[in-house]
Ligand binder design. Sequence first.
Ligand code: FAD
Ligand code: NAP
Ligand code: SF4
Length: 674
Amino acid sequence: MNNNFPNVFKPLDLGFTTLKNRVLMGSMHTGLEEVKNGYQRMASYFEQRAKGGVGLIVTGGIAPNFRGWVAPFSSKLTTKRVAKKHRLITKAVHKYDAKICLQILHSGRYGHHPFNVSASDVKSPISKFKTKALTERGIQKTINDFVRCSKLAKYAGYDGVEIMGSEGYLINQFIVKRTNRRTDKWGGSYENRIKFPLEIVRRIRSEVGREFIIIFRLSMLDLVEGGSSWEEVVILAKELEKVGVTIINTGIGWHEARIPTIATMVPRGAFSWVTKKMMGEVKIPLITTNRINTPEKAEKILSEGDADMVSLARPFLADPEFVNKAKENKPEEINTCIACNQACLDHAFKGKVASCLVNPLACHETEIILKNVIKSKKILVVGAGPAGLAYAITAAKRGHEVTLMEQSDSIGGQFNMAKLIPGKEEFYETIRYFKNMLIKYKVNLRLNTNFEPNEAGNYDLVALATGIVPRKPKINGIDHPKVVSYVDVLKGKVDIGKSVALIGAGGIGFDVAEFLSHKGISSSQETNLFMREWGVDTSFKARAGVEGVNSSVDKSPRKIFLLQRRAGKVGSNLGKTTGWIHRFSLRNKDVKMINGVSYQRIDDQGLHYSKNNKEKIIDVDHIVICAGQLSNNYLLDATIKVNSNSFLIGGAFESSELDAKKAIDQAVRSAAVV
Ligand code: FAD
Ligand code: NAP
Ligand code: SF4
């Protein structure tokens, strides 16, 4: 079969071994490393990705000693006893002609524990723990521990290791002046500051032999003041090649950088220009990374010579079959990662096992098992939002006969509004995926059909996935003509004036503010625009890509006020890893955020509220209600009277703390056992 992605499927010869394709599954901390039966669960998780066709996998970061922990008791590899447990993983992956490397990550001052160490005692701005400078003896011991960890990885059956030298972790902390203030042979000049990574690699290579992959994750663009200049990055790359690195992987941005690098508003493949700049400087293969989530993008990057390989991480949570589907020329069947971070990174940062918003099976492979049914049931699903869609395709995939009824003319439910928000265009992909799965699993889709409970008798069971209705808060004057709902705004039913107040600063309040503060093309669709907006110098004349660079943002076409009743930071309930981006972005657009308000009334003058016992008025053209949602469950009682096997799922079941992650997870788990 002719493949549409020839560069993706070109084998990569590493001299002593060959990778079957150019796709690397990048390192992700899933939290499985630390749970009960974690090794079995990881084996199953990695096995599915290997079976799905990926050429090379890198595990989540494993510390070489306890001081390198990311958090207390996170995983480390320091003994043969633990190495033997890893064999479950390497055996599972090797069944499918895939290769796997263990990532060695020493978090340095990013370690959320009191034992963390760094190049110098410069505290991290994103950690509550102070750090201590390693002594000369400590440095030698840390190098030994990296070497021991590599030897144990080899003993465990890994094909190699990836040395984590980016994202602001320990090695990165040695490399740059921002964090390395030493005056001994490990600090001062650049030559001294890069001794630490070079010594680690040199020693590992001499211990593990020639035929063992060493990937070095090199921070090519630090995105923090006092980071490396481009010339320095090139010097390090060349030196790494000399001491025996097999492949260089690209690292973009420190965790403390205030520039989004992987969230959904980052354009696809936005940072491949950085790796491209390095092409030709070294002879070993280079991997590029960040926001590559489709085979089309991967092929474009490789065909244009931006890199020798592409790294995708979260897309393998969203779809373990990503590579095989591309190989079979069926990219439209890929469940695309929408870069929301909601179930992966946000979970990891909260110490929870990761999963995926669009694929709740991710990291739960041994827990949610989709078995084919012995006896097929006739199932009616009402409502084609994320919950109804996920339920319908899961049940149909298992062999049930499923009808999906939707009152509107399209599937997707609220995702049809989410996809319109500048920076959230990826939501189109989830709707595309669901549409293709409905066809593939032969779900009988009936659009423009309002469900009547008397039809329930024709089915063995009825899942009501009828979503939510927006909450209408009890405020005097709520029916004033100035007041509109977020639904009317996003569906284009009203022309919003030059000034607007938003009641409610949850996810939807922020999204509506984003929607109303934009004009023209969204920077998520244009890399240059994005870099300009966030102040990144793509010519890389500025140190670390940012030093002395100002951001430049188009002004909002209207004055926007975003209000909440709660005291405290506006938008504090937004995603752990993305909330800061939304706040930053709106502040750049001069959106005024007001907390701790008590709404008094709405009249011709505008919105009256009080704050700290003072009465205030915001004179605006429109007031948009974004005050949460209530379950749309009114059909349940009538339906149960006709068919007792009727139940609610998604927003119809529970509107409190509802999001698509919760709706899809509940739907899939429920359809897995029906
Ligand atoms: P819905 O999506 O509301 O779907 C219900 C469906 O049922 C609708 O299609 C409706 O037409 C249909 N229906 C209702 N009554 C009937 C009937 N009688 N007969 C037939 N059909 C009927 N969540 C996130 O997790 N992350 C985000 O980034 C995010 N962004 C969002 C941005 C916006 C602007 C909005 C509005 C929502 C966002 N959400 C987000 C929330 C997320 O979309 C919802 O949590 C999710 O859609 C709930 O899924 P659901 O299937 O339960 O309900
Ligand atoms: P939400 O996040 O619960 O926010 C509701 C907002 O309305 C809050 O700011 C609340 O704040 C306010 N509110 C609640 N009751 C009110 C009342 N009676 N009067 C006035 N204000 C009231 O809900 P949402 O914004 O509707 O979002 C719905 C779901 O979609 C959420 O679960 C959200 O996570 C999800 N979503 C997620 C994202 C994302 O990026 N992850 C984006 C969009 C939506 P106060 O009570 O403090 O005023
Ligand atoms: Fe991608 Fe969101 Fe799934 Fe994470 S949770 S893998 S970002 S779709």
